[in-house]
Design a protein around this ligand. Structure first.
Ligand code: FE
Length: 335
C-alpha cells in the first residue's frame, strides 16, 4: 500500500511539473497591470495556462525585446497604437498568426495585412471644447482645426507622442503629404501654448482658460468623468471630428506573437482569448475603450461620449506613414 502511495505521488508530481513547464505564456504588456490583470486572471482560470506578466512602457518593452533577441522569453507583445505595432513588425519582431477565429472576429482594417499583429481595443482621438467659447457648429473635421478662427485656441500634446504621429499619418493617407504640411503649419499657428503635458492636461487647460479646444483620446475623458475632476465637464463639450472627406480617427491597442516565442501555441490562444466576447467586455468596462469585435454591448460610460462616424482607412496604413508624419511635424515646428 505504501509503495502504491509513493508511486502515486511520483506520477502526480510528474504530471504537475509537466503542467507547469508546458502550460504557460509570457506576456510583455505596455498596458498597465491593473488594466490587463483582470483579463489574464480570467484566461488562467479558463485555460489553466499561467500568464507570466511583464509590464512596462511601450518603448521600454520594445528595447527589451531587441536586447534579448533570440533568447527573449516573451511570447506575446501587447502594446498601444498602430504606430508602435507597425514599428515592432517593421523590425521583424513578430511571426504571423493564422487563426480563423481572429480573422473572423477582427475586421481587416484593425489588423496587420500579413497577420503579424491584431487590434484588440479601439480608442478615438476626439475634441473636448469650451461650451462658453466655442459654438458646436464651428467644429468640423480635423482639417478645419487649422482655420485662423481658432488662433491661440488649440491645445494638443507634443508631436513626439505616437497618438499625434498616427493622426498625422492618417491625414497624410487621406490628403497627401503636401496638403497635410500646410494644415499642420496652420494648426501650430493656432496653438494656445507650446505643447505641454498629456491628454488630460489639455482638458484641464481648457478649464483653466488657456485654450478652447483640446484634441485627446476618448478614454481619458471617461477616466476624468469618473474622477474628482468630473466637475470641469459641466462647461465642456465633446465632439467626434468628421467631415465629408474624413471620419473620426480611431486607433487600436493590439498584440503580436513574437518570432522566437517559446510557447507559440499558448501565445496564439492568449491573443484569441483577448478577442473573445468576454475579454472585450472587460476591456471596454475597465479601460473605457471600444470593443474591436462587433455585437459587444458597450458600457454606459462609453455611450455618454455620443455617436460617431469612424473613418474607413485601414489602421495599419498609419504605421507605414509614421516616419513621414514625424518629419512633417518637425518641419512645421510642432514641438
Ligand atoms: Fe493613453
Amino acid at each position: 500500500m505504501k509503495n502504491i502511495n509513493i508511486l502515486l505521488i511520483i506520477i502526480l508530481s510528474f504530471f504537475y511539473i509537466g503542467k507547469c513547464w508546458s502550460e504557460e505564456v509570457n506576456l510583455y504588456s505596455a498596458r498597465k497591470e491593473h488594466l490587463i490583470k483582470p483579463l489574464t486572471d480570467l484566461f488562467e482560470k479558463e485555460t489553466g495556462i499561467k500568464v507570466n506578466l511583464v509590464t512596462a512602457k511601450s518603448s521600454q518593452l520594445h528595447q527589451r525585446v531587441l536586447r534579448e533577441g533570440k533568447n527573449s522569453p516573451a511570447d506575446v507583445l501587447l502594446t498601444t497604437d498602430a504606430g508602435n505595432l507597425w514599428k515592432a513588425s517593421n523590425e521583424n519582431f513578430f511571426q504571423p498568426i493564422y487563426s480563423e477565429l481572429l480573422n473572423k472576429r477582427i475586421k481587416p482594417k484593425y489588423r496587420d495585412e500579413n497577420n503579424l499583429w491584431f487590434g484588440l481595443s479601439l480608442r478615438a482621438r476626439i475634441i473636448v471644447y469650451s461650451l462658453d467659447r466655442v459654438k458646436k457648429d464651428e467644429l468640423k473635421g480635423y482639417k478645419y482645426l487649422s482655420n485662423p478662427i481658432f488662433k491661440n485656441r488649440i491645445l494638443i500634446r507634443s508631436s513626439s507622442n505616437v497618438y499625434n504621429q498616427s493622426l498625422i499619418a492618417h491625414m497624410i493617407s487621406k490628403y497627401g503629404e503636401d496638403k497635410v504640411e500646410i494644415w499642420a503649419k496652420g494648426l501650430v499657428n493656432n496653438f494656445a501654448r507650446d505643447p505641454a503635458g498629456g491628454d488630460r492636461d489639455q482638458i484641464k487647460a481648457i478649464a483653466a482658460g488657456i485654450g478652447d479646444i483640446a484634441v485627446v483620446n476618448s478614454y481619458y475623458i471617461i477616466n476624468m468623468l469618473n474622477s474628482d475632476n468630473k466637475g470641469i465637464f459641466d462647461s465642456l463639450g465633446i465632439y467626434f471630428p468628421h467631415d465629408n472627406e474624413m471620419g473620426t480617427h480611431f486607433n487600436i491597442s493590439g498584440a503580436g506573437l513574437l518570432l522566437n516565442a517559446p510557447n507559440p501555441a499558448n501565445g496564439k490562444k492568449l491573443i484569441e482569448f483577448l478577442a473573445s466576447e468576454k475579454a472585450q467586455l472587460i476591456y471596454s468596462n475597465n479601460n473605457f475603450e471600444y470593443p474591436v469585435i462587433e455585437n459587444v454591448e458597450i458600457p454606459n460610460d462609453l455611450k455618454r461620449l455620443g455617436k460617431y462616424t469612424e473613418d474607413s482607412t485601414n489602421i495599419y496604413e498609419y504605421g507605414k506613414l509614421s516616419f513621414k508624419a514625424i518629419k512633417l511635424a518637425d518641419r512645421v515646428g510642432w514641438k
